[in-house]
Design a protein around this ligand. Structure first.
Ligand code: DGL
Length: 266
């Protein structure tokens, strides 16, 4: 096994950069390939069949790049398609739902957990199933927050509009006294400062961090960690509008992400 091969990360667009960032932090020597399907973004309002078809194409693209491991950074694709993708491909693969659910269970004290995500993620019931499988006695409230993604992409995460929107969405979690809230969407970690103002006593679960920790653990277990401790490569591919991706991605990461390559995957 050549451990120098890259880890492939895919998302519906730029949001999965939150997962990319955490993976770089936990695995600083790994070569990374990030694939953002910007042409078909957003996934959060699409059907299971469509998301699964697109996700399959994304995995195939990454496999053509000879990746040793696939990270599905997109919550929607993880929720709707991971179990199917695992049936078709032998490459080790991880999604963000199970890792987020596990961290929520380890965090909650009162057994009341909130989950927020895109409409498709919430309607799929994937978080609910993952949480109840770990503890059937939990009380869970799930809520789709479709306005959050455009707010973050507009660069308005810390604005009055974001505060008002978050207040409307999140008041239900105050009412039920959830002590833990799963941020079940790539973009939501950017809203943490606004969310903590509204849910002061609630612990926020960032699936990006949890997933990065899980990737590290699995690579270690499978002896797939890159041995060379030299500067790794990070390559970004998108299916549309590379300039827009570069602009938002660089602002998300706080540094210039360099060249973003445009590719066709169909
Ligand atoms: N990446 C998606 C997710 O985490 C959010 C954006 C979209 O709807 O495609 O669910």
């Amino acid at each position: 096994m050549n451990n120098n091969r890259p880890i492939g990360i895919f998302d519906s667009g730029v949001g999965g950069i939150t997962v990319f960032k955490e993976i770089r932090k936990y695995l600083p020597y790994e070569n990374l390939i990030y694939f953002g399907d910007t042409k078909h973004n957003p996934y959060g309002s699409k059907s299971k069949d469509t998301v699964t078809r697109l996700s399959t194409e994304n995995v195939q693209f990454l496999l053509r790049k000879n990746v040793k491991y696939v990270v599905i950074a997109c919550n929607t694709a993880s929720a709707l398609s991971l179990h199917l993708l695992r049936k078709f491909y032998t490459v080790p693969m991880i999604g963000v739902v199970d890792t987020g659910a596990k961290a929520a269970i380890e965090t909650t004290k009162n057994g009341k957990i909130g989950v927020i995500g895109t409409r498709a993620t919430i309607d799929s019931g994937a978080y609910l199933r993952a949480l109840l499988k770990l503890d059937p006695k939990l009380k869970i409230k799930s809520l789709a927050c479709p306005l959050f993604v455009p707010l973050v992409e507009e660069g308005w995460s810390n604005s009055k509009v974001a505060e008002l929107t978050a207040f409307e969405y999140l008041k239900v979690f105050r009412k039920i006294k959830a002590d833990t809230l799963v941020l079940g969407c790539t973009h939501y970690p950017f809203l943490k400062p606004v969310i903590v103002k509204i849910l002061k006593n609630t612990r926020l679960i960032d699936s990006a961090t949890e997933t990065a920790k899980a990737v590290k653990k699995e690579l270690e277990q499978k002896s797939l960690i890159r041995e060379k401790k030299t500067r790794p490569t990070c390559t970004f591919y998108v299916t549309d509008a590379p300039e827009r991706f570069k602009k938002i991605g660089s602002s998300f990461l706080g540094y210039d992400i360099g060249q973003v390559k445009l590719v066709e995957v169909e």
